[in-house]
Design a protein around this ligand. Structure first.
Ligand SMILES: *[C@@H]1O[C@H](CO)[C@@H](O)[C@H](O)[C@H]1NC(C)=O
Length: 221
């Protein structure tokens, strides 16, 4: 009896979870190859579709993720290459994005959020320390070797760090939105335009005027 109850309970929990794990709205047709050429005079939640009869295989393929991003120009030592409606027009309305993340030796994808997507990442090369913090401030972290994956639930603060000081790392992520959005916590706090009032940052981070100025300066704000 007790066992049955717990099975039922698990089933209901799973059903609830699945019904709530929605990505972008469902498409009402097989595909909606993005029309990225026609100038837009109005805003649309995704790109308009081309005539389905004009769709060809190349709309559904891309090689953008085959090339490493340049991590040198980035102060944190990472570079993200994303699929989007321009480089993979067949992905339009399907609620998906793929990301190639190149991370230099000891490089960091600093704590950030994707407001519209959960993310599952697989380490392809190198050694990664990944993690996220939930809304009760608990941290979940893991070291990943090539072939190992980790999930970052939607909208939670997460990071990826290459803890190897000798070799670069590569990760590949799938995200549950065609426009996941990304907000790096440190940059949003210290380099917004116009800046957040210094008083807010001093109180919020329990730091001094000098600290605020220094962090802003370090982050190029
Ligand atoms: C990421 O790498 C690409 C390809 O090398 C480069 O064009 C781009 O400027 C890099 N982005 C950043 C933010 O450094």
């Amino acid at each position: 009896m007790r066992k049955n109850y717990s099975l039922l309970h698990q089933f209901i929990s799973l059903a609830l979870l699945l019904s709530q794990a929605k990505s972008d709205p469902d498409p009402l047709q097989d595909y909606c190859v993005a029309d990225t050429k026609t100038p837009r005079s109005f805003y649309f939640n995704s790109a308009p579709c081309i005539n389905p009869e004009l769709a060809v295989s190349s709309h559904f393929t891309t090689s953008v993720l085959s090339k490493p991003g340049n991590t040198r120009a980035n102060p944190f030592g990472f570079n993200v290459t994303l699929t989007n409606t321009a480089n993979l027009p067949g992905l339009n309305t399907l609620g998906l994005t793929m990301a190639r993340v190149d991370i230099a030796t000891n490089g960091l994808v600093p704590p950030h959020i994707h407001p519209r997507a959960s993310e599952v990442t697989i380490c392809l090369k190198g050694l990664l320390l990944v993690g996220f913090v939930d809304t009760s401030n608990r941290i979940f972290t893991q070291q990943l070797k090539p072939g190992e994956s980790f999930v970052f639930p939607k909208s939670l603060i997460h990071f990826l760090y290459n803890y190897d000081s000798r070799a670069p790392a590569v990760a590949l992520s799938g995200l549950s939105s065609q426009n996941p959005g990304a907000q790096i916590v440190s940059l949003a706090s210290f380099t917004s335009k116009p800046p957040i009032e210094t008083e807010i940052l001093k109180k919020g981070f329990q730091i001094t005027d000098r600290d605020v100025a220094r962090i802003r300066n370090n982050l190029g704000g």
